[in-house]
Design a binder for this molecule. Structure first.
Ligand SMILES: *[C@@H]1O[C@H](CO)[C@@H](O)[C@H](O)[C@H]1NC(C)=O
Length: 476
């Protein structure tokens, strides 16, 4: 118990900053073989051809000797120190016979809103090491609080056509230069290089602002959903891939239906999305049995219906999408197991993370699909949301919890209250009952050692679930 407590503490301290970096993948570098129609970099005997009307910016890393080169009217070469072109001097170039015309491939079709053209990671280190995060399609494209990176020493050309006409970003880095202000970037956009790098009707707003809400922020790409999905699916004729489960469903922000599981969590203002994500990742996802499961967590706007029929306004929920690598009749079963473990955890400890209810949608190859729900507060309320509007549901839960809520021991209450007392908790749970664990934050959760002793010597450590606990312990 004590070790686990330490583990969770250190994990939380490590992950205090909320940031997502999105890195553009394609480039128009001269030395990138896939940018040439023959699939290899032009060599001494070759004649290099650019279309005369091609608008392009090309980074050149080294010196190339060429027989001849036909340049475009409005292109630019960005030369690395020491790079250049030399006329072929007749000397023998191994691996470069017979010599032919080589054309630069068209870079016009790369679109900003193509999810397949971005890598996402939660730190620059992770980006470098290729530790990318999984996200629904809308969130694979840069979101409003993301840092966008065009790698140093690469040239590129990107179509920024946008349905909303405005692309919001926290920052953008180009050729190693980071722009964090709107004016600085607007100025850059006037430059010749920018004109060759960006085309299309979208304009940028660079805010230098992080998501101000610890419960998370919506990505902000919902208005581009059609464009994003059309771009993603253009090579397959707008067809989503065939799936191995019977009742696949579509997570909010995703282009296609999936097999697997999606949880929707309703939360209070005490909820901290990064803290909760860390808990899920380290207490559950890191277990060997979930090795093939991918997890995406974000705040999304979920369309609601009243009594399952009448459309209502959408509400923000925390969506967790789980996919696994199982095949055939096993498809989605691993994701399902993890979803159920998370739901049990919410039933038992949801209050301490500011989670009010959780509902899950599951589709597996063995077709035990369906939707179920659970309420936080130690009472597994197996309520189907199919017929109950969520408004109704939360009202019921509020009344339910008001009477039945179990307070932890007085000693623990004091401990948890210390940090959380000043934090207001919005919504119906505001004054209905005092649930100090609702407000627990990463900073308040990890006290000094004396407090640790107090906690571990008493049999009250109910907040941290043992990741190895018996799965059958709680029925969902
Ligand atoms: C080469 O260019 C292609 C297309 O732009 C890109 O997908 C690929 O990552 C590039 N390769 C390298 C090594 O930069």
């Amino acid at each position: 118990m004590k070790d686990l407590f330490f583990l969770l503490c250190s994990v939380q301290l490590l992950a205090s900053s909320v940031a997502v970096y999105k890195q553009w993948i394609p480039n128009t570098n001269f030395e990138n073989a896939s940018n040439w129609d023959k699939g290899q970099i032009p060599c001494a005997h070759d004649v290099v051809l650019f279309k005369s009307n091609e608008v392009i910016s090309i980074f050149v890393q080294s010196t190339h000797s060429l027989s001849d080169m036909y340049l475009p009217l409005t292109g630019e070469f960005i030369m690395a120190p020491g790079a250049g072109f030399a006329a072929f001097d007749g000397s023998w170039d191994p691996g470069c016979d017979p010599g032919s015309a080589v054309s630069f491939t068209d870079a016009e079709h790369y679109k900003w809103h193509d999810p397949a053209l971005w890598h996402a990671a939660s730190s620059l280190e992770d980006l470098e090491e290729g530790k990318y995060i999984f996200a629904v399609d809308e969130e694979r494209v840069p979101c409003q609080y993301d840092d966008v990176i065009f790698q140093p020493e690469t040239s590129f050309r990107v179509n920024v056509d946008s349905s909303e006409r405005m692309i919001h970003l926290r920052s953008i880095s180009i050729m190693g230069q980071k722009f964090t202000s709107d004016t600085a970037f607007a100025e850059y956009m006037q430059s010749g290089s920018a004109q060759r790098q960006f085309h299309g009707n979208g304009t940028f707003q660079v805010t230098n602002t992080r998501c101000p809400d610890k419960s998370g922020c919506e990505c902000g790409n919902a208005g581009e959903h059609e464009r994003i999905c059309a771009t993603l699916l253009r090579d397959s004729g707008s067809q989503c891939p065939a799936l191995a489960c019977k009742d696949p469903f579509q997570p909010v922000g995703h282009c296609c239906e999936i097999c697997g599981a999606t949880l929707s969590l309703e939360y209070t203002s005490g909820f901290d999305i990064r803290q909760y994500e860390n808990r899920i990742r380290h207490a559950f996802l890191s277990l060997p049995k979930y090795a093939g499961v991918q997890l995406a967590i974000s705040k999304v706007r979920k369309p609601q219906t009243f009594l399952g029929i009448v459309p209502r306004d959408s509400i923000p929920v925390i969506q967790i999408v789980l996919l696994d690598d199982k095949m055939g009749s096993q498809t989605g079963t691993n994701a399902e197991q993890l979803a159920e473990a998370i739901l049990r955890d919410i039933a038992e400890h949801g209050d301490s993370f500011g989670i009010v209810t959780g509902t899950v949608q599951i589709a597996t190859g063995s077709n035990s699909s369906g939707q179920r729900g659970v309420a936080a507060g130690g009472t597994a309320a197996g309520i189907l949301t199919g017929l109950l509007g969520l408004l109704l549901l939360s009202t019921m839960l509020f009344l339910y919890r008001k009477g039945l809520i179990r307070l932890p021991s007085a000693r623990l209450t004091g401990l948890w209250d210390r940090k959380g007392a000043q934090d207001a908790v919005a919504g119906p749970s505001d004054k209905g009952f005092d649930m100090p664990t609702d407000r627990a934050e990463s900073h308040g959760v990890c006290p000094g050692e004396e407090v640790l002793k107090e906690m571990t010597s008493k049999d009250t450590g109910i907040y941290f679930v043992n990741p190895l606990y018996d799965e059958t312990e709680l029925a969902v």
